[in-house]
Design a protein around this ligand. Structure first.
Ligand SMILES: Cc1cc2nc3c(=O)[nH]c(=O)nc-3n(C[C@H](O)[C@H](O)[C@H](O)COP(=O)(O)O)c2cc1C
Length: 360
């Protein structure tokens, strides 16, 4: 840590410190939602519409918050969401995040748009999944799938809520682009030589395939034995279709409010999806997790585990790998406290009977 600071005690304090540390352009890129940011705000508000209904006189002397996700035991039901451009937060970027994931024994999902490559990040011993944006030029996508497999990634996360990139107005205003010295590490030497650093992002955006359909997902399944999860599901019929074609999991998500503004909060979408398919496939959740009690609520509504997005970037900005570790520790501690105080010593004890919904 170069600058002196009082260690944050919760994620909101990390957020405030990260804002102080980051350049206004990087801060805007990390924090923004699409357009009026209604969905971004709804993601948080949705948690507040649930209150907890604790059970008394339950022996909570021994507590356990471990879960098994796709065959891997995680000490707590928190995974690291895929997020682009982590070297904007800290020079060690995705490597620092991976180190913290290894220390916490959790899974890191590496973004296609990482600033360190699939292979570079594979040198850190955490469980890793690779997030795919699908290129119009499918050979580039097939190549990424092969590289992820060879580098020991254990699942593919196909992001399906981004046929085009949502408009974040702050980024438009700032003409957001990657600073000199940072690149799209997975595409080194693969993009046209005419694409200089600042044009790379625009080039990539132009390459995302808006024609992606269910047929393509089935085709990817035939190309790889890696389990596939679809990220960005908000509807029951889409979840059912995913189950029908045999994908291993879905992530109920609206991309942290960065894609379709006005889309429902992920937490609102979760219970009906979990009810429809949660017995038969792995249902994960993200969007707005900031407290251990938020994780508890998502689990009570049927998620097997949650992904955390922006708070990881805040930890990374404030104190590199140690900051990310601390963010994960805070969430785990708060979840443990919520379990103790609600009378749910094990994750399996958590269910919707511990929640009360109110509309006002
Ligand atoms: C700065 C930033 C970059 C992101 N980049 C990606 C990405 O490359 N691929 C992807 O599938 N999702 C991406 N996401 C969405 C996250 O994976 C996740 O869905 C979202 O951040 C969860 O909401 P939260 O930030 O409120 O926890 C990004 C989110 C942020 C904030």
């Amino acid at each position: 840590m170069s600058q002196k600071y009082i260690q944050p005690i919760n994620l909101f304090e990390y957020e405030a410190l990260a804002q102080e540390r980051l350049s206004p352009i990087a801060w805007s890129y990390y924090s923004s939602g699409a357009l009026d940011q209604i969905t971004l705000q709804e993601n948080r508000k949705a948690f507040n519409r649930y209150r907890l209904l604790p059970k008394m006189l339950v022996d909570v002397g021994q507590r356990d918050c471990s879960v098994n996700i796709l065959g891997n035991i995680h000490p707590s039901p928190v995974l690291i969401a895929p997020m682009a451009f982590q070297r904007l937060a800290n020079s060690k970027g995705e490597l620092a995040t991976a180190k913290a994931a290894a220390q916490a024994g959790t899974t890191m999902i590496l973004s296609t748009l990482s600033t360190q490559s699939i292979e570079e990040v594979s040198n850190v011993g955490c469980n890793r999944w690779f997030q795919l944006y699908i290129h119009k030029d499918r050979t580039i996508t097939y190549n990424l799938i092969e590289r992820a497999k060879s580098a020991g990634y254990s699942a593919l996360v196909v992001t399906v809520d981004a046929p085009i990139l949502g408009r974040r107005e702050a980024d438009s205003r700032n003409r957001f682009s990657l600073p000199q010295g940072m690149d799209l590490a997975n595409f080194r030497n693969k993009l046209p030589s005419s694409a200089n650093n600042s044009a790379l992002f625009d080039y990539f955006v132009d390459q995302i395939d808006p024609c992606l359909s269910w047929h393509d997902i089935e085709h990817f399944q035939s190309l790889t034995d890696l389990p596939i999860l679809l990220k960005g599901i908000l509807r029951v019929d889409d979840a059912q279709r995913a189950l029908e074609i045999g994908v291993k999991g879905i992530i109920v998500s609206n991309h942290g409010g960065r894609q379709l503004d006005g889309a429902i909060a992920s937490l609102v979408a979760l219970p009906r999806i979990a009810q429809a398919v949660g017995q038969d496939m792995t249902v994960l959740f993200d969007g707005g997790i900031r407290r251990g009690s938020d994780i508890f609520k998502a689990l009570a509504l049927g998620a097997k585990a949650v992904l955390v997005g922006r708070p990881i970037l805040w930890g990374l900005s404030v104190n590199g790998s140690d900051g990310v570790s601390h963010v994960l520790e805070i969430l785990q501690r708060e979840l443990d406290e919520t379990q103790a105080l609600t009378g749910c010593p094990r994750i399996e004890d958590i269910n919707s009977e511990f929640l009360e919904y109110f509309t006002s």
